[in-house]
Design a protein around this ligand. Structure first.
Ligand code: AMP
Length: 566
């Protein structure tokens, strides 16, 4: 019996008092139960409390604030937004806006992402028509306030999402300016992965007796893990299904569980694995107990080697032969990671826990490492060559194992008849070929593009950011881009600053034009009154310094040298 998502109350969200439109949207999305941050944050935010939540990306924090906003919203209530969400980057603005849209589908909520780089005219049109929720980066929001194209006097709730990132990017003053444009009696919610004193200072100044929620660590969480090999692969979303297949191919687990976030994801992944020739079965809360029992029976009996499951469905599961736990994404909470991988570390058994992480989830891996006190090795995805080598090794292992068996004699008559016409070597090679083909055969797959690990601060920071008296900081790199040549960058001192009218684009232009370094490879730029500092890849530093020393910028020939470390 399939559970009807529209009437199912087993999502756990109903207990949080959410309206039926939201419950239906969540059930449709396949969310089976609230994540820890959602369980703790939703009710207080709905009740109107200010709140400070310490939670990183991947914990489900977006829904933790988006659902209460939607719960309290009267869509179309007025022309100006009733809720304002401030985020550090355009990617996050888009993501949060999409999430609000998805959860608020049945409420016809009007949500607009607002960020620099997008033509302002489109934003103006939508703003004129009226919006309920605005999600934006502080710089562009402030632009709209200054142009008087965004009025915040009807705002009931302000959310500061990834507040630490926003401060790191120099948005502190912008945030202050925006908050003063909103009604004093507003509700303010702040989420941040880390809680440095600067965040506390903001909370003290702008929040009223906030509730504080920290995703606590369980002291005993790491107990089960020592015998589990833990690793992670960085994979871009479009390549995840292929990456999962590749990892399973190379690991060749006896039995594995692939954990997914939602029922839909479970179904998609199961289908994709079966399409790739694996025998995978789905296990999620939408199945009846009877169906679940049958799936489990097949796994234990070995007729299924792969289970694709949500956390809820796999709760309490203990499968003796399990060798691998694979996280299709980084789990929503570090504690969930520990629970999942504890399934292969039981009773002294050894196993492997492998996580596919999108670049933006890297931070979450760090949070898990902090919780467990154990390293998760970031590894390179197996290449096609690795896979070919592994397939041949499997052939060898298969034969080796078969040679240990004592029932080989019954094939002797076949062998004897074959040796009439062929020599042993030829016969053996033919057998090896057959085993190889039974194991999946030749590898005919494209390479999966690898993603280099991101530095934590390597995020979108293109527009000018005010950053206190130390000068303005800019960052020219594209979002999600890694520095070429690894992390090794050099700060170059240029003896021209604001007084000479220097702008970041002058530096980027000169470096690109004179030294031939692509603009995207120019890193953070800091401009003070009298001088500037610009980061370039170490490998290009000398060339950049030579070229800039001989060029004229803003009509002057500046001193250019390596910055002396403090
Ligand atoms: P976030 O931490 O907000 O970036 O969310 C991380 C991911 O978890 C997003 O892809 C969400 O769609 C997903 N997610 C959030 N809450 C839940 C939930 N209760 N159950 C399953 N997936 C969720």
């Amino acid at each position: 019996m399939d559970v009807d998502p529209a009437t199912s109350t087993d999502t756990g969200f109903a207990e949080l008092g959410l309206r039926p439109e939201l419950l239906r949207a969540l059930a449709d999305l396949g969310y089976e139960e609230p994540t820890p941050i959602q369980r703790e944050a939703i009710a207080p935010i709905v009740a109107g409390h200010d709140l400070v939540g310490q939670a990183a990306t991947g914990t489900g924090k977006t829904a933790a604030f988006a659902l209460p906003l939607l719960q309290n919203l009267t869509p179309g209530g007025s022309d100006g937004p009733a809720a304002l969400v401030l985020v550090p980057t355009r990617e996050l603005a888009e993501q949060v806006s999409q999430a609000v849209h998805r959860y608020g589908r049945e409420l016809n909520v009007r949500v607009l992402p607002v960020y620099g780089g997008q033509p302002i005219s489109r934003q103006l049109q939508v703003l004129r028509r009226g919006v309920d929720v605005v999600v934006g980066t502080p710089g562009r929001i402030l632009d709209h306030i200054e142009r008087e194209t965004l009025r915040l006097d009807g705002v009931k709730t302000v959310v500061l999402d990834e507040a630490d990132e926003m401060l790191d990017m120099g948005f502190a003053e912008d945030i202050e300016a925006i908050l003063t444009e909103t009604p004093e009696e507003r509700q303010t919610v702040l989420f941040s992965a880390t809680m440095p004193p600067r965040i506390d200072a903001i909370a003290k100044r702008h929040l009223r007796e906030p509730m504080r929620i920290t995703m606590r660590r369980e002291p005993t969480a790491a107990d089960a893990l020592p015998s589990v090999r833990q690793s992670a692969y960085l994979v871009a979303r479009p390549h995840k299904a292929a990456a999962l297949g590749r990892v399973l191919d190379v690991e060749a687990p006896t039995a594995a569980i692939v954990f997914c976030r939602t029922r839909e994801e479970v179904e998609e992944v199961t289908e994709s694995l079966n399409g790739r020739g694996f025998r995978a079965e789905a296990l999620h809360g939408g199945l009846s107990q009877d169906q679940r029992d049958r799936v489990m029976g097949r796994l234990r009996a070995g007729s299924t080697e792969l289970l694709v499951a949500t956390d809820v469905a796999a709760r309490g599961l203990d499968v003796e032969q399990l060798t691998h736990v694979i996280n299709f994404n980084v789990p929503s909470a570090p504690e969930a990671y520990v629970h999942r991988i504890g399934r292969v570390g039981r009773a002294g058994r050894t196993g492997a826990a492998i996580t596919l992480a999108e670049p933006r989830e890297q931070r979450m891996l760090k949070a898990i490492e902090r919780l467990t006190g154990q390293r998760i090795a970031l590894e390179k995805l197996p290449t096609v060559t690795d896979l070919r080598a592994r397939r041949l090794e499997l052939v060898r292992n298969t034969v080796q194992t078969a040679m240990d068996a004592d029932d080989l004699d019954r094939f002797r008559s076949v062998l004897d008849s074959l040796t009439d016409d062929a020599d042993l070597e030829q016969i053996t090679l033919a057998c090896l070929k057959l085993i190889h083909e039974a194991n999946g055969g030749d590898v005919d797959e494209p390479e999966i593009p690898s993603v280099a690990p991101q530095r934590e601060r390597d995020v979108d920071n293109r527009a000018a950011r005010r950053n206190g008296p130390g000068g303005e900081r800019f960052d020219n790199r594209r979002p999600g881009r890694n520095r070429p040549g690894g992390d090794s960058v050099t700060r170059v001192f240029v003896g021209l600053g604001r007084r000479a009218g220097l702008r970041p684009q002058d530096l980027v232009g000169a470096i690109a034009g004179e030294a031939g370094l692509p603009a995207r490879d120019v890193g953070a730029i800091q401009i003070t009154d009298r001088f500037s500092l610009v980061e370039v890849p170490e490998a290009d530093a000398d060339r950049v310094i030579r070229a800039l020393s001989h060029s004229t910028i803003r009509g002057r020939r500046p001193t250019v040298r390596r910055d002396r470390p403090n």
